[in-house]
Design a protein around this ligand. Structure first.
Ligand code: NDP
Length: 443
């Protein structure tokens, strides 16, 4: 089967959906050989079935702001593939949210979730709502209106949303509270809940910690370690902050962080606790770091993060933030590994270049799977009505990330010893989802 034709058909069917098409092209490129080596896949039209989400819901979200004005946002929910378990993915509240972005995230999530080894399918939802700058009351009213529709489509055995950009513990609390009121049941329908009302330990930290664990395994396989390494991180949100925290615990030195306004650089290592205070407690700007550390370099261009010399680069902000020029710069400066904390932060040109150069590169669906892995563990704890300890969850998260790493090596090692983690992750995840789809008949 020639995947060029598949891509042309996909482009015609999903015009203008650039993020979804970008994600699909990357997976198709990786799996073409394995697909064609197994004629049963094509005989069962598996590729056409995988490229179509199982269900998409689009709805109106009217809400009143503090001045009394009525605003209308658009809500979405993409239930991509439930062959391995109930739909599981994040909710994203961000002004640029559209169907293409959510389809890309849900598609990626399907493969990422397969890599965790847990029984979870893939989905993603959200709205073109900007929580930044809104009062708590406005966010509450928005979440309640959003849930007035979403509650019909989710449930602990069907679809379990969680955190993504713009949706953290505050939003999950408001969404869950309203869901509980609407259905009159306390059940494990969300992940990322407070630890005193059904949430799991380490969920908040999981994506960032998992990212650090997979990078640690990469170095162990090269008889090296994170200790003493200089680390460039973009973003200053949930993923970036906890990646930074764990890197620090493992002896690395985080020298950059950023937000949408700019980036900070401190050769001696950034004080992560102070950034947490600025971003998590006060919802402030990264520039405020200079209030306590006036000698820190600040640039109003967030992309300058990649201009510094670092041994490890962890893009943890958003999609397509790492372009060809940036990765060329990183490799020239001796960067040993780039691991994606955000979803699809490297542009296709950047990814292609990294693979051509046989650079150390771990794609998002492997590198940032720690978040959904602990969400999966939260779901298991909820269904068992049990709470596992912090140490237990951390050890499980660590094991899952090591397994994901080794699975990528198994399916991605080339004849010359180079590990193509992109191929490894895509092939391993595809085989798992494909087999489940075949076993379950035509769907
Ligand atoms: P948050 O909303 O918590 O944080 C995002 C951070 O990135 C903010 O500091 C934001 O700045 C910054 N940012 C956004 N765009 C840019 C940009 N162009 N340049 C520089 N900084 C930018 O999101 P998360 O940390 O949760 O998510 C980040 C990424 O990780 C997303 O791609 C998400 O899909 C992915 N991800 C998240 C998971 C999770 O568990 N949360 C799980 C797996 C993947 P500002 O403060 O100015 O908005």
């Amino acid at each position: 089967m020639d995947f060029k034709e598949v891509i042309i058909k996909l482009e015609k069917k999903n015009p203008g959906e650039k993020e979804f098409l970008q994600a699909a092209r990357e997976v198709l490129e990786s799996i073409q050989d394995i697909y064609n080596q197994n004629p049963q896949f094509d005989a069962l039209s598996l590729i056409d079935r995988l490229l179509e989400p199982e269900r998409i819901i689009i709805f109106k979200v009217p809400w009143q702001d503090d001045s009394g004005k009525i605003n209308v946002n658009r809500g979405y929910h993409v239930e991509y593939n439930a062959a391995l378990g109930p739909y599981k993915g994040g909710l994203r509240f961000h002004p640029n949210v559209n169907l293409s972005i959510l389809k890309f995230l849900a598609f990626e999530q399907t493969f990422k979730n397969a890599l965790t080894g847990l029984p979870i399918g893939g989905g993603e939802g959200g709205a073109d709502f900007e929580p930044k700058g809104k009062s708590n009351h406005e966010v509450l009213r928005f979440c309640q209106s959003f849930m007035d529709e979403l509650y019909r489509h989710i449930g602990p055995e069907t679809d379990i949303p969680g955190c993504d950009m713009g949706v953290g513990s505050r939003e999950i609390g408001y969404l869950f509270g309203h869901y509980r009121r609407l259905v009159n049941r306390f059940e494990g329908v969300f992940t990322g809940k407070g630890t005193n009302w059904g949430g799991s330990w380490i969920r908040k930290e999981a994506t960032g910690y998992g990212l650090a664990y997979i990078v640690r395994k990469f170095f162990e396989d090269h008889n090296d370690s994170i200790k003493g390494k200089k680390v460039l991180i973009s973003g200053a949100g949930n993923v970036a902050l906890y990646a930074a925290e764990k890197i620090f615990h493992l002896g690395g030195r985080v020298i950059t962080l950023s937000d949408t306004n700019g980036c900070i650089f401190d050769q001696n290592g950034i004080d992560i606790s102070f950034v947490k205070e600025i971003k998590e407690m006060n919802r402030g700007r990264i520039k405020e770091y200079l209030n306590n550390y006036p000698k820190t370099k600040y640039s109003e261009n967030p992309g300058d993060v990649w201009k510094f010399r670092g041994d490890i680069a962890l893009p943890c902000a958003t999609e397509n933030e790492l372009n060809l020029e940036a990765v060329q710069h990183l490799l020239k400066n001796g960067c040993q590994i780039i691991a994606e904390g955000a979803n699809m932060p490297a542009t296709p040109e950047a990814t292609e270049y990294l693979l051509q150069q046989k650079a150390g590169f771990i794609p998002a669906k492997a590198a940032n799977a720690g978040g959904v892995a602990v969400s999966g563990l939260e779901m298991i704890q909820n269904s068992m009505k049990m709470i596992w300890s912090r140490e237990d969850i951390d050890a499980r998260l660590h094991r899952i990330m090591v397994n994901i790493h080794d699975t990528c090596v198994k399916y991605g090692k080339e004849k010359d010893g180079y590990v193509n983690y992109v191929k490894g992750a895509n092939v391993a995840a595809f085989l798992k989802v494909a087999q489940a789809m075949i076993d379950q008949g035509i769907m």
